[in-house]
Design a protein. Sequence first.
Lengths: 231, 257, 238
Amino acid sequence: MTEDRFLLTIIGQLLAAAPVTLLILLVSAVLATLLAGVLTACAASGSRVLRLLSAGWTFLFRGTPLILQIFMVYYGLAMLPWIRQGPLWFAFRNPIFCSCLAMTCCCSAYIGEVFRGAMKAVPIGGIEAGRACGMSRFQLLRRVIMPALTRIALPSYSNEVIMMVKSTSLASTVTVMDITGVAQGIISKTYRTLEVFLCAAALYLLLNAVLTAAFGLWARRLHIARRTSAR
Amino acid sequence: MTRSPIVLTASNIRKSFGTREVLAGVSLDARAGDVISILGGSGSGKSTFLRCLNLLEVPDSGEIKVGDVQAPLTRDRKGRTVIADHRAAARMRSQTAMVFQGFNLWAHMTVLENVIEAPLRVQKRDRAEVCATAEALLERVGMSAFANAYPQRLSGGQQQRVAIARALATNPKVILFDEPTSALDPERVRDVLALMRSIATEGCTMIVVTHEMAFAREVSTSVIHLANGVIESSGPPAHMFGPDASPAFRAFLSPAS
Amino acid sequence: MTDLSLLGFGADGWGRLLLAGCALTIELSLSSMAIGTVLGGLLAWARLRGPLPVRAFAAGYGIVLRGVPELLVILLLYFGLPSLIVAVWAAMGWSAPGLPPAFLIGSIAIGLVSAAYQAEVFRGGVAAIAVGQLEAARASGMTGLLSFRRILIPQVVRVTLPALGNIWQFNLKDSALVSVIGLAELMRISLVGAGSTRLPFLFFAAAIVLYLAMTTVSDAVFRALDRALDRGRAEVQR
């Protein structure tokens, strides 16, 4: 009896921490996607400076561990006087803010790579046809390039977002009480490692499943339209 | 007898890729109703010339005029010719249409959506009118049963017919055909050529780069032979395919055994 | 702002310690990669050729270990493995063993996760190899083992090399997570140094530079390997 109660308590505590995980995930995913768009635009621009900046950003954030980036933002930046005395200090003291900031920067580099790869795969014939019938560059972007880009990038993009779920757990290393943080607390108090691990793992897998289903729906919406035949 | 108005003029087009000069001064006047076939060996510059006419390639020098719109070209800081005004270039292009060797239908749009896209969003015509025109054109090219299909479902010949409908939908002053049948198997080639013939007889102005000699001989109003980046010879098909044609063209027509 | 000699090799310098941390990072990554390759190969084989329950297990393994955060796996092993070992030892009647070293726990944890990804890569690699290749091998009289060794493995290696390079980079970066259980690899050293000198920015910046060096060198090595393998193929095709 106490076993079941114990399990239920664990699940309850972990679920209570789920909103934190979700918050970090959603904020970081949205901002990282936007930032990745900017990075991709820079990488494709005519300006050499912008191209170098984009390549440098990608090199830095893909070449170092996320945990180090989080520590740098949370502990390292706190050392700099112009951060400590700056107007945003209240934000930089907040571990959730720091985790989101680090994750945004890091994941934007990975998502940017996805976008860059997709851009190279957009069929040039469709673009030429668009130019040939007089589309302006903006029309070309909106009506031909973006739809093709979205369809090509979606599978890899979904993979990146689902991997971001795992990355949110790193926030626990800077005192954030997300699912992993709470799980670690319970384990170190009760030493019921396996049960806590299974419950936490189940929660993460559930989150993954929901995301996979959502992306699957999106992919099908983009493709189901393409499978309809005239008959 | 008054001659029909000139709809497209190209003067002294030159184009090099690196050190290789592909076009060494090619000029052309197209009048309304003309069907001009451009023939030549591979590497003679015919596709490049065609693509210069709607600025898909930017010629190094020379002038192009479609209707009354002059191609807006200028030189950049490094001396290369570039498009000076992209909006003007787009306007110029909206008065022409192109049919590609690879069809180039937009994969994320249905057949019908492909045909209405340019008239609707580039020419900004009324939606009801555009749809009616599109449906009539699809009927004309024999593809109305596929109006809601996506291009991947169609064979090459079917896609090319849709591409021709897409080209016609914008009421262009001239349609440019870039080897429209080279990527098709023989039966489809016949269908597409028949369609092109019927369009020609309706008075459409067409400039066609092709290898199909029968089409060039029977349907064109004039034939141009491009070799080594210049017009080697040109004239009405009766002359070009007759005994008085230039030796170089005769050699091109019947490869030396 | 700070005294860069702290990073150096003098009396106060942490340079030697940081480099020792790098060495440990690389060792950890190598051992977890090895575990991952062996286990991943077995899992791929299980999914391709095994009976249904084995295939299901391998598939489940992949889903779970690619979906659960690595940090949780590390914590599971760190807190759970000792008690498991004690229980097993007691059941066997052996006297209580010491705690397993953090290096072992870290390698196994990262290795278990890496195996899940490598299994996917190997599955894809085998699928990419034309069936005709192995049929030709059989037709020329090769036994299963011989064709496996001479035909399948070389081609799988060539096809999967870029993906394996990616996985190596992930192993390298995941090794930093093992710092949470106290292993003195680079992340941990920089953390300790930061705490001891109260100069986190300096030490984390040094760690960043060192990780970038390791990933850059790894990238160059894999690209050289890729070129070396490809060279043979291009010559044959001519």
